[in-house]
Design a protein around this ligand. Structure first.
Ligand code: SF4
Length: 347
């Protein structure tokens, strides 16, 4: 639809009316009339257009724990928006109906940034998240909305596969508070098999940059898929990297896979595998490793690594704050890396 079509922000013109997109690490070179890998950016007469500005596939009020973010405004509600398209083609995609598109599907609703912020406020949410599909797919829209959110003192969250360019990150960095990033494995082979991406290591660089350059709160998720990424080498690789590059206080969520999409032939992840992954994380020196998608498991709770007291009890999406004082343990004062206020940054 015309109202959803805007000239893209990050691209360069190439010879023969081709263009190169700089939003994500594919950096697609796109011939006239063709689409990028994501199928939502198109070269029209030598200019790159985003086809899906403000085109919403799904909108909901969610607990922030559903993202999952456990150390970021715990217990708050977040206005969650999903768009269309994806730059990955994951075999286990939970949202393939909105991710695997070719151009903008009909029946999409349009929610302009002002209306999104208004909805966030009217639903009494503390912030806004771009989630369900890859937020970079409607980069320009999230940037405009994040700017407005900042003016309205609302927090902002990217739930992302992390494959943005540093250039895109640096544009939105001043207005983004949380970077909830997937790290699917720790080898070329796994990324190729799971997501059909071969050069994946830029994801690590950009996550580090989000934290170090832009002061974002970072949490990492690994969905553990039996026989794919459940071996010691993958899990230890991820845990060691988080510990060494993002720090020991960075939360790591190891979540249960449910058979889905092109991986419906595999079994759900056994609880024992998630517990082994938690153990690997703890042995690597991570202070906060969480088990996900197994409601009622004690691995959902936050305990103080220093005095052992329970800080946050979680049961599904019920969150009870028991021992938090600002970002610290109220019993012993240990730093728990839990963000409860927006940090002002320069743009
Ligand atoms: S966003 Fe990524 S996949 Fe889409 S056109 Fe740009 S570089 Fe290609």
């Amino acid at each position: 639809m015309k109202q959803n079509m805007r000239e893209a922000m990050l691209y360069e013109k190439l010879p023969d009316s081709r263009v190169r997109c700089h939003v994500c690490q594919w950096q697609c070179a796109i011939a006239p009339d063709k689409l990028g890998v994501c199928k939502v950016r198109q070269n029209r007469e030598g200019k790159l257009y985003t086809l899906n500005y403000a085109a919403v596939s799904s909108a909901a009020v969610d607990p922030i724990e559903k993202k999952p973010l456990f150390h970021f405004f715990p217990g708050s509600q977040v206005f969650s928006l999903g768009g269309w398209g994806c730059n990955f083609h994951c075999q286990d995609c939970q949202n393939w109906q909105i991710a695997c598109v070719d151009g903008l599907p009909s029946g999409s609703q349009t929610i302009l940034p002002e209306a999104a912020i208004e909805a966030t406020r009217s639903h009494h949410c503390a912030g806004i998240a771009w989630t369900y599909n890859e937020p970079a797919m409607w980069f320009e829209y999230t940037l405009d909305s994040a700017r407005l959110a900042r003016q309205n003192k609302l927090y902002t969250v990217y739930v992302t596969n992390g494959f943005l360019t540093a250039e895109a990150l640096d544009l939105i960095g001043p207005f983004l508070d949380a970077w909830r990033v997937d790290i699917k494995g720790f080898s070329d082979d796994i990324y190729r098999k799971l997501a059909k991406v071969s050069k994946w290591r830029g994801i690590l660089d950009v996550a580090k940059r989000a934290k170090e350059k832009w002061g974002m709160h970072v949490e990492v998720v690994t969905n553990i898929i039996p026989t794919m990424n459940d071996d010691e080498e993958q899990l230890k690789g991820i845990a060691d990297w988080i510990r060494n590059e993002l720090g020991e206080l960075t939360p790591w969520h190891v979540t249960r896979f449910h058979p889905h999409h092109l991986m419906s032939h595999l079994p759900p992840t056994p609880t024992s595998t998630l517990e082994r992954a938690m153990d690997i994380g703890h042995k690597a020196g991570l202070r906060f490793v969480y088990a996900g998608n197994i409601p009622g498991h004690p691995g959902e709770n936050t305990a103080c690594y220093s005095c052992g007291n329970l800080i946050i009890r979680r049961q599904g999406y019920q969150t009870e704050l028991l021992g938090l004082k600002d970002s610290h343990c109220k019993f012993c004062g240990a730093d728990l890396n839990i963000r409860t206020s927006i940090i002002e940054r320069c743009d």
